[in-house]
Write a protein of this length. Sequence first.
Length: 252
Amino acid sequence: MSRRLQWLFHHGYLERPRAQLQYYEHSGSQTIAYGLGNKSGSLLQLNRASWGEKNRAIGRMYLAHALLVSDVMVSLELACRQHVIRLLHEDELNLPVESPLHWRVKIRDGTRLGVIPDHVFALEYTDQNGQVQRVFYFLEADRGTMPVVREKLAQTSFYRKLLAYEATWTSKVHQRHLGIPRFRVLTVTTSAARVKSLLDACSRLQRGHGLFLFADESVLQKDLLTAVWQCGKANAMTTLADLPNPANPHAS
């Protein structure tokens, strides 16, 4: 595989984001991330021009974030295969909105916020009655670069994201606008200390604490469906394998 990637790179079908180079200068051998090159974009008849230039020029923070999203989804795909659960990505969900999925909500103080999850997916399974069920998830890949809480809601913070998801649930935007009957928000972050900070922020919400599940990156070394996630409810723990009963929506 490594030789094939190198061959595709040297022939212009793949590019290596330059933002990786500083890592290799200080930490030795690392896995290299590749993106589409100009020849690949043309061959696949993709609309965006200059794929090679775009992928070479992406910044370090964007690359680290994109790789974390990919790591989560790969780990989840492997877990689903073991448990005979189907993983559906956004383009397979037939949602009544344009991709990428986004929406706007009004939070408690009247501020309107935009919401764009890092990834949208669903787990599809057959329940005890033989009925096919889907549970929808919004993924947040948190690299620890955003402040958890700030003095003003006008400033970017992770708490503001939590408020936006809380408002989505309380005002039923997910049902009326997105066509999603129920959802949970998965957050994978950098460390156990960061998880604690995010849980503290979640405790400040008025409702919807049970919507939120948190774990640090070490969870990616485990079976994501049976691994323990910390819930936004005080002292609550759960696993993704504990798929909810459709008759019992997530409690606050």
